[in-house]
Design a protein. Structure first.
Length: 154
């Protein structure tokens, strides 16, 4: 097994009130409905278990489930770090954060993600796996942005 990691950062201005965006980003059910490939989120206090649909990376089919410790700075920042329960072994995890800032015309939404997966592939496949991971992450991000705007009516 080999761990592979892909990162993504993006920033956009959403023509909506920061409180409306915050409400979506902190509601596990709405967030799951708006995020492509996300099946559901089980929230229990500051720990959220993310269940994704099947994702294909090269010849591997993944059905990632991972536990994130969520930290909320009311209305402005959400940080998440991979924090599986003691004794468990999760083959995927995410580190990252959302930042929300009021700007002319709406809210600047910035996201930084570092996604890691453990796959039964040799380390030499890293360039291909990372490229495939980045494509999946970009697709999920683009789909989420479209659904977020539709949800907000912008």
């Amino acid at each position: 097994m080999t761990w592979f990691t892909a990162e993504r950062e993006s920033t956009a201005v959403v023509a909506a009130d920061r409180a409306a965006i915050w409400a979506i980003l902190t509601d596990p059910d709405v967030l799951a409905r708006l995020t492509p490939l996300l099946e559901r989120i089980e929230a229990s206090g500051d720990h959220w278990v993310w269940h994704l649909k099947t994702i294909e990376v090269l010849s591997e089919r993944l059905v990632p489930t991972f536990t994130e410790k969520m930290t909320f700075d009311e209305g402005s920042r959400i940080e998440f770090t991979h924090d599986p329960p003691a004794g468990s072994s999760e083959r995927a995890g995410v580190e990252g954060r959302y930042d929300l800032v009021d700007v002319d015309g709406g809210t600047q939404v910035s996201i930084r993600l570092e996604i890691s997966v453990d796959l039964p592939l040799p380390k030499m496949t890293s360039p291909a796996v990372t490229t495939a991971m980045k494509a999946v992450i970009a697709s999920m991000g683009n789909g989420f942005a479209k659904r977020l705007n539709a949800e907000l009516g912008v």
